[in-house]
Design a protein around this ligand. Sequence first.
Ligand code: DGY
Length: 321
Amino acid sequence: MAEQLIYVTRKIPEQFLQTYQNHFRFECWNKEEEPVPREILLEKAEKADGLLTMLSDKIDQELLDRATRLKVVSNLAVGYDNIEVEEARKRGVAVTNTPDVLTDTTADLAFALLMATARRLAEATDFVREDRWRNWSPFLLAGSDIHHKTIGIVGMGRIGEAIAKRARGFGMKVLYHNRTRKYEAEKTLPAVYREFDQLLQEADYVVSVLPLTDETADLFDAQAFRLMKETSIFINVSRGGVVDENALLKALKAKEIKAAGLDVFREEPIRSDHPFLALENCVCLPHIGSASMETRAQMINLCLENLTAVLGGEDPKTPVF
Ligand code: DGY
């Protein structure tokens, strides 16, 4: 039987592929920091049995129609809103993601972003770097406390629960909103369930960990920001599409909420002239939720295990359906 071809849509270190090279043929896009151009992806997909994709690659009907040999798409992310999953399912193409291995790393980043936003760390670093530090003064760069405040986690999946654990370590009260109640977490963390609007009204920190779906698109809209307290801080580590960004911008400018920490945006990457970056009360990161060396290695390995399992006729470890 001819060797099966796996197309990897980004340059990844050769060592990850070594174990599999005797059984599969790999082709990789040759740049680490730039996504594969759409035309090349479409051409490669036509010949590929498996694809190892990034969240910036659109796997849609057009691609799936052309990729007649394709058996599996293995996405290097827990989120898979870049893939038209139903279309893949209809064509018998398996789709896999990378849950679990990135849970703690993403929760660490969410909490780091929450703390950086609350305690104004980005502003403070610029302040020193730009030689503006002249004197100590009582309210110099004074931020908001984190300990013993109330955190409201919207989307209580694995990452939501891992954020809640960190929050409990800071003596915070944990509220959560989720499609389904998490009775076990309510007992063990503990965490308290709230309807969405009520959570927004009560929480000092509102953290979005929601997947992007038809139900969650634009969930954080003008009305949601109006419901939040003037002192509250909004953190998003999930997907930009769950936020109406114009509404958030207005809420930040009008001081309807105190600040926002964002790791994700509707259109990524954002450029330096993006209006969020002109605001002192907005901390922006370049979608680095799961970006630790250790976790990215585990994610790549899991993607390869999933790909080779499906191509070898076995069940993948982490299918999305
Ligand atoms: C994911 O896995 O979905 C993250 O957004 C990637 O960091």
